[in-house]
Each structure stands twice: as C-alpha cells, then as structure tokens.
Design a protein around this ligand. Structure first.
Ligand SMILES: NC(=O)N[C@@H](CC(=O)O)C(=O)O
Ligand SMILES: [Zn+2]
Ligand SMILES: [Zn+2]
Length: 347
C-alpha cells in the first residue's frame, strides 16, 4: 500500500477567509498547506470595487503569521451597479483574478447580488473580451423551487442562457453538488470549469438529517442524494482538467451554526488535504489527486502551477484533527468526516 504521496503544493480555488479576528484564526489553517486561494468577496459589506479588493488583500497579508507564504487571489462581488471600467482596472492590476456572481439571496451575504442580469451585461461582455473568469454560485432563489433542485434548475434556466448570450465568457461553476452539474461542466469547452468541495465528496443529505439534525454538515448548495455524491467523486478523481478543488471552507462561529436558524457553511481548511487523500484512495485514484488539487486550477486560471511540493503520509492508526479552532472567545468546528482517516500532511 502507498504510504507517502508527494504532490505539487495545492491551491484552493474557493475560500472564505472573512475578516478581522475570524480571518486571523482561519488564515493559517489554509496557508499551512495551500500556496494560493481564490478569496471569496462576501464580506459585510462585500468586496465590490478594485479598491475594496486591494485593501482586503493587504489585510490578509498583514494577518499572515511570520514565516508563512500565501498568495491571496482576489475577487470582486458583482452587483447591478458594478462599473466595467473598475473591473477592467482590477484585472489589469494582476491582483484580482475573478468576479463572483451571487444570485441575490442565494447564500451567506448575497443580498447585494444580482437580480436582473440585463444590468450586468456590459460587465460580462467586457470580461469575455479580456478573459476574466466569472465564478458563479449556481442556485436559483425562486421560493417555489425545492432546495434540492435549485442547482439543476439554475443550470437550465440561468447558466446555459447566460453562457449562450455571452460567447467567450469564462465561467467557473462553483461548488457543484449534482450529477447535472458534472454533466453540464463536461458539455463545455475550455471556457468552462467547475470546483468541487471536500465535504461534498464525503457527505450526502442523510448525513445532515438522519438521527438528528447536524448543523455542521449544513452548507449551500446543500448536500444532495448519494447518487450525486458518487457523480462528484467520479468527476473529481477523473483527472479531467475542468474539475478542480475549491474547498468552500466557510467558517461560522459555533453559536451561529448551532442555532434555530443556523448559518450555511462547512469549515474544512484544517483537514482538507487529509480528507482528499482518503477519498482519492477509496476511489483508487491517488495518482490523480495532484491534477485535482494542484494542476487543473492554475491551468484554468492561466497561472503556473506551484514549484513547491507537499508530502502526505499514510499512518498506521487514524489521524486526530482538532475538533475546533478558537476565534477570540468563540469556536469554529472543524469538519468531521465521521470515519477514520489515516492520511496526514507530513511536510
Ligand atoms: N457555502 C456555504 O454554505 N456558505 C458560504 C457561502 C457560499 O459559498 O455559498 C459562506 O460564505 O458561508
Ligand atoms: Zn456559494
Ligand atoms: Zn463559498
């Protein structure tokens, strides 16, 4: 049995760092293993302009502990008031790598997102022209649509028409959770990519609901039936260039997760690489983990792969991860896969 695995140092193509005290607590958890991450802009207030993104980038770099190397790749939160010229300047700075589309009301801090797509047409056309990717939270918000169907309905009624009406627009389907998401990603060319989270490779909807409600497994898009989890595992472990890791590690304080109206998000930054090695071993695809976690993302974003490397080791007994990390006087629960995991990042 393979006992160590050395990979190009991975990147995380979808990460929530938040700000202030929370950012200071979670940033080292990512920087310990990952060289770069696409930083989500759904702060309160959101990161909307080039100036907001550059200021946020400076705060991240300032919060990085001495001796840790990490490159935040910034994004802008698309609103109906976004100025195409500001986006063009942000991209030209080289520090902003994507624009994020949240349908208004779809997820955490998305109320400032897009309702009327006609209002963002000029921005999208400019992005197609310069090749700046649009990262999309792909769920409709229509109250009548069942929450488990919201991704599939979004693909048919919003994403496909949007891509057809904006030829050349480079799109990342963020955190896909369904077989329909996998199939649609495969229907595109080099202008279409999809991120897959660690937790959606591990849990299905039963994990959230059977035997009592598990708030730490609740995230958006919500985990679906087992057939969808299996489709995601097949896609992630296929080695295909269009699929890459975006952990969507999304910390919320425990008191807001364990709540009558609990926040959506799983915090996986701490143990993601161990969990992925576990999943890829189960899929008999350890040789494709590097493509998924380290090579396909930079290729889509037209960046070089990292020169540094990381080594994972398979231990004889299960690895213990911290159950929680401290954030000031509060705590954030680390995602618990619910099964023994033997892989550990060794260096
Ligand atoms: N994934 C989540 O459940 N939550 C994310 C938002 C998002 O990525 O949709 C968050 O910011 O908390
Ligand atoms: Zn999202
Ligand atoms: Zn997210």
């Amino acid at each position: 049995m393979t006992s160590t695995l050395t990979l190009t140092r991975p990147d995380d193509w979808h990460l929530h760092l938040r700000d202030g005290e929370m950012m200071a607590a979670v940033l080292p958890e990512t920087a310990r293993h990952f060289a770069r991450a696409i930083i989500m802009p759904n702060l309160v207030p959101p990161v909307v302009t080039a100036a907001d993104a550059l200021a946020y980038r400076e705060r991240i770099l300032k919060a990085l502990p001495e001796g840790m190397a990490f490159e935040p790749l910034m994004t802008l939160y698309l609103t109906e008031g976004t100025d195409p010229a500001d986006v063009r300047a942000a991209a030209a700075s080289g520090l902003v790598k994507a624009v994020k589309l949240y349908p208004a009301g779809a997820t955490t801090n998305s109320h400032g997102g897009v309702r009327d797509f006609a209002k963002v047409r000029a921005v999208l056309e400019m992005m197609a022209e310069i090749g700046l990717p649009l990262c999309i939270h792909g769920e409709v918000t229509t109250p009548e649509v069942d929450i488990f169907d919201r991704e599939a309905v979004f693909i048919d009624t919003v994403l496909d028409p949007l891509r057809r009406s904006t030829p050349g627009l480079r799109v990342v389907m963020e955190h896909i959770t369904t077989r329909q998401g996998v199939d649609y990603a495969r229907s595109g060319g080099e202008d279409l990519g999809a991120t897959i989270t660690t937790h959606h490779l591990i849990i299905n909807r039963n994990h959230i609901l059977v035997g009592g409600i598990k708030p730490h497994y609740y995230c958006l898009p919500v985990a679906k039936r087992e057939e969808h989890r299996l489709a995601l595992r097949e896609a992630a472990s296929s080695g295909e260039a269009r699929f890459f890791l975006g952990t969507d590690s999304a910390p919320h304080p425990d008191r807001l997760k364990e709540h009558a109206c609990g926040c959506a998000g799983c915090f996986t930054a701490t143990n993601t690489m161990s969990l992925l090695a576990h999943v890829f071993e189960e899929e008999a695809a350890l040789d494709r983990l590097e493509a998924f976690a380290s090579l396909n993302g930079p290729r889509f974003y037209r960046l070089p792969a990292n020169a540094a490397r990381i080594t994972l080791a398979r231990r004889a007994s299960p690895v213990q991860f911290p159950a929680k990390i401290a954030v000031g006087t509060q705590e954030v629960t680390v995602f618990d896969p619910g099964v023994p995991v033997f892989w550990e990042v060794a260096g």
